[in-house]
Write a protein that binds this ligand. Structure first.
Ligand code: TMP
Length: 257
């Protein structure tokens, strides 16, 4: 069988041409980077866990009317998604102060924010994903006013849904990053949630101990990174014990069919 055509390789994922027109296969790697690739490492089993976690969260979001690119999971490391044109903006939603917000504004980590805060960052490795405003987005045409309105509305709905879901399993959704895509169908275009939602792109703290169960463990050299990701999957109820060995076994890329 001919090897599938690779469309794009990012830091944590590879995209391959999908089996049908308008589809893409999203392959989850174990590679982890932080600080714009300055720090690199491997979190064994991360790809398998993030594939599962993102499937679970995107499916839940689809169920409450948030459109996403997710179609179905194909195997341990791959999922089939809709081919979308990625909007070059990272949308961050924050409920609790942490990370760059704490650094930039001097607000201590863990401070509950008076309201959810939505921020935009330009997706640009060369510029180190700078913080931008709506003015920049509209002036430079990175998104239209309608795109932006849709993105914010979906981001807020996603925050409501995910905050409740994580609260139910004893986790605080501190903040998270979303990416959106334009899905074209006939003459129509709609904005859908794209990329992934996982402990790579969220901050998740245990509700009672504030233990970090996300990529900050890797960024800050805290250790037990795999265990943290596995704990999130376990609490979500998507990690039967028998899968633990499969995760360790599923190392190489696989064919789609
Ligand atoms: P920050 O506090 O470093 O700006 O991160 C905010 C949220 O966005 C946090 O949940 C981690 C996530 N994030 C990404 O997914 N990718 C990135 O490149 C960065 C910097 C943050």
């Amino acid at each position: 069988m001919a090897r599938r055509r690779q469309l794009y390789e990012g830091k944590a994922k590879v995209l391959f041409e999908g089996p049908e027109p308008g589809t893409v296969v999203q392959y989850f790697k174990d590679d982890a980077t932080a600080f714009n690739n300055e720090k690199q490492g491997v979190i064994t089993g991360k790809g398998v866990l993030n594939n599962r976690i993102s499937e679970h969260l995107m499916t839940g979001l689809n169920g409450v009317g948030v459109p996403t690119h997710f179609i179905r999971r194909l195997n341990m490391r791959e999922q089939l998604v809709r081919d979308v044109e990625i909007v070059p903006i990272e949308v961050v939603v924050r409920n609790v102060a942490a990370g760059s917000l704490s650094r930039r504004l001097g607000i201590p980590e863990g401070t509950i924010l008076p309201r959810a805060i939505v921020e935009y960052y330009l997706k640009s490795d060369e510029l180190n994903d700078p913080l931008i405003t709506e003015e920049h987005i509209l002036a430079f045409g990175w998104a239209s006013q309608q795109d932006l309105d849709d993105m914010v509305q979906l981001a807020v709905r996603t925050n409501d849904f995910l905050s409740g879901l994580f609260q139910g399993i004893g986790l605080k959704l501190v903040d998270f990053k979303l990416e959106f895509g334009r899905q074209y169908e006939d003459e129509h275009m709609r904005i859908v949630l794209a990329d992934e939602i996982s402990p790579d792109s969220c901050r998740l703290w245990d509700m009672t101990t504030n233990e970090k169960l996300d990529k900050d463990r890797f960024r800050r050299d805290m250790g037990d990174v795999e265990d943290a990701y596995r704990e999130v999957a376990r609490r979500l109820g998507i990690l039967p014990e028998s899968d633990v060995q499969d995760i360790q076994d599923a190392q190489g890329p696989r064919e789609v069919r």
